[in-house]
Design a protein around this ligand. Structure first.
Ligand SMILES: [Zn+2]
Length: 310
């Protein structure tokens, strides 16, 4: 009895899921083969500023600068994706050492009508200061009319690299869903029911919120897959993260699933040298590329399950 009820429930929810899938026009088959992933935006973080003290320079190290690592790996990732996923278009938000603010980057990605946004960054942490006594000097002081000699330590400060290391992938915080909905509402999807978004229209609000949830789910899936691929390569993964209190503006400003990959800490010598090396850059690009391929495979599978099989 109970079992039957459960089966009925599962069938019912399965039916609802298929119904939902079909209610999103971009997922509906129209006789042609539908592609789940057509346009990918790669966003190499930072760029432009010549000195670490300036603006949004990013992390700096003796091995490589974050802006240069991000650009080099972005080019490699573009090549890998184009070679491994046929018919996909890859767009880079910058191809030279220039700076665009997040607003410009987001509108470039939205104008390109991307299906996926991947921002590439490196972490950096300040070194840890240590103070040690290296010598003493003696001085004479007067106390209650008496002269006394005092020993005063002489300190030397030295720094050791910050022990923080590993990769981490960010998705937009759940607290930023409103902003994501706004971005999705403003985007004119050519294949969508959400045209001329009217926030007062309850049907459109539902459509937007469904799409936001779908993008959140896809972003989580890709972020977890990226971290899994890093782990397979023997990297230390710090996991999938959200930055709710501050947010990462660009992630919620693009009307598509979006992740930000922190590819390692430049401040941790082993990782800094790895990220600076040709082999390290290639391996990082391959890990992200493989994750994108698996992500696409999973979306294709889901879509085919929602349709009658051939
Ligand atoms: Zn950065």
């Amino acid at each position: 009895m109970k079992l039957k009820k459960n089966i009925a429930l599962v069938l019912l929810s399965f039916g609802m899921v298929s119904l939902l899938a079909f209610s999103n026009k971009d997922d509906v088959g129209n006789g042609k083969t539908q592609k789940t992933l057509k346009r990918i935006v790669i966003d190499p973080g930072h760029g432009g500023y010549p000195k670490p003290s300036q603006g949004n320079y990013g992390a700096s190290s003796e091995w490589i600068e974050e802006k240069d690592a991000a650009l080099a790996i972005a080019f490699k990732l573009k090549k890998i994706i184009e070679e491994s996923i046929p018919d996909v278009e890859v767009y880079l938000t910058r191809t030279t050492d220039v700076f665009d603010n997040a607003r410009v980057k987001a509108s470039k990605a939205n104008d390109f009508k991307g299906d996926l946004f991947i921002s590439l960054h490196c972490n950096g942490q300040d070194p840890i200061p240590h103070r040690e006594i290296v010598d003493y000097k003696t001085t004479t002081v007067k106390r209650k009319g008496k002269k006394i000699t005092k020993k005063i330590p002489i300190y030397h400060t030295y720094y050791t690299p910050n022990p923080a290391h590993g990769t981490e992938t960010y998705i937009w915080g759940i607290g930023k869903n409103d902003e994501k909905e706004e971005a999705i509402g403003e985007q004119n999807f050519s294949d969508s029911s959400i045209v001329n978004f009217d926030p007062k229209d309850p049907a459109q609000r539902v459509a937007i919120s469904l799409r936001t949830e779908k993008y959140a789910e896809r972003s989580r899936l890709l972020a977890a897959t990226v971290e899994e691929e890093f782990t397979k390569q023997g990297r230390v993964s710090r996991g999938v993260k959200q930055r709710d209190y501050k947010g990462i503006w660009v992630l919620q400003a693009v009307a598509m699933p979006a992740i930000l990959v922190e590819m390692g800490f430049l401040s941790y010598p082993e990782e800094g040298k790895y990220i600076a090396s040709e082999q390290g850059q290639q391996e990082i690009a391959e890990a992200v590329g493989r994750a994108v391929k698996r992500y696409k495979f999973s979306l294709d599978n889901k879509m085919n399950n929602g349709k009658t099989s051939k």
